[in-house]
Design a protein around this ligand. Structure first.
Ligand code: GLU
Length: 310
């Protein structure tokens, strides 16, 4: 059966337009607190290169933790499986910025998608260079995989987070105390805050997820960004850890690997079938985009896309 993706997208957009409860915009990062919650966008890219978009799919938003997928890809490229000595691969079941868990686990974060884990990943991406080189590497990578040189870092968001991200500073110092930071905390955090401040539209983000949809191949070059095994592992982590302590529920309701961010974006990838980005700034109680999660649930039901059935 051929799917009429555009009419599915149009249905999702009309439903989102009438939603009464749109969730709550994250305001702990001050510059995110003023985003209009009435916005909703969706983009779907399929392996043949078709792109279906709806709503505010061309509006750039702060991708926040979705950037952790790209930083993880780069860190694995630098140090390979050695990364797993410094970061675990288990769902956390705790808040994304939990300090308590880090103490119990002696400075080794549960997974690369909670904040502590992502800060270790930033520390790895820093390698032997300076923060600005690492920030440039991450931005270049995202531009490369999205095939779009206009992706940018919103420095107002990065600065806003640097001014207020005291918990992240605490997490990084705490890990340093356990010997799990190779660089100065300020340098690693600079990388982390800037990667979180990357601004992309749904269309750009869905394009950026293509290498994960295609077994690690960038369709623009036909070359491997990562091996098929690594693509599969990144997707496994997205499924088990990609939605904070709401990851189990997202897997249960949607069944597709996804990574969300507090800016209200979600990148979801159906291997071999679709790379999808949704965005709506209002978050649910677990900190995931409320309408974005609901849209993906509806899309998964309409297409039968998931990782559990052929
Ligand atoms: N930059 C945000 C923070 O560290 C990212 C949070 C998120 O999107 O999960 O709090």
């Amino acid at each position: 059966m051929t799917l009429d993706l555009q009419s599915i997208v149009d249905g999702i957009v009309s439903e989102a337009a009438t939603a009464q409860d749109r969730g709550k915009v994250a305001d702990y990062i001050p510059s995110l607190g003023c985003i209009d919650p009435a916005q909703f966008g969706i983009a779907i890219v399929t392996p043949d290169g078709s792109v279906h978009t709806g709503g505010d799919a061309a509006v750039p938003f702060s991708i926040q933790s979705v950037s952790k997928v790209f930083a993880l890809t780069l860190a694995l490229g630098k140090v390979g499986g050695d990364l797993w000595q410094r970061v675990g691969v288990e769902p956390s079941g705790s808040a994304f910025n939990s300090v308590v868990q880090l103490e119990a686990e002696k400075g080794i974060p549960r997974n690369p998608f909670i904040n502590a884990g992502a800060i270790v990943v930033s520390d790895v991406v820093l390698g032997s260079g300076e923060s600005r080189d690492a920030i440039g590497d991450i931005l270049r990578f995202v531009r490369f995989v999205s095939g779009d040189g206009s992706v940018f870092i919103d420095s107002a968001v990065a600065n806003s987070e640097a001014d207020t991200g005291f918990r992240n500073v605490a997490l990084a110092n705490y890990m340093r105390a356990f010997g799990n930071m190779a660089h100065r905390v300020d340098d690693a955090l600079k990388v982390y805050f800037h990667q979180c401040a990357i601004a992309m539209s749904c269309r750009q983000l869905a394009m950026a997820g293509r290498y994960l949809m295609m077994d690690g191949i960038n369709p623009d070059t036909g070359r491997a960004v990562v091996t098929p095994v690594r693509a599969r592992r990144i997707l496994s982590l997205m499924l088990t850890c990609g939605h904070y302590d709401g990851s189990g529920e997202f897997a249960f309701r949607v069944g597709i690997p996804g990574k969300s961010g507090v800016g209200g974006g979600i990148l979801a990838v159906v291997p071999g079938k679709a790379s999808i980005a949704v965005w709506s700034p209002g978050l649910n109680a677990r900190g995931n985009s409320k309408l974005g999660s609901e849209a993906l649930e509806r899309l998964a039901a309409a297409t039968n896309w998931n990782v559990f059935t052929a």
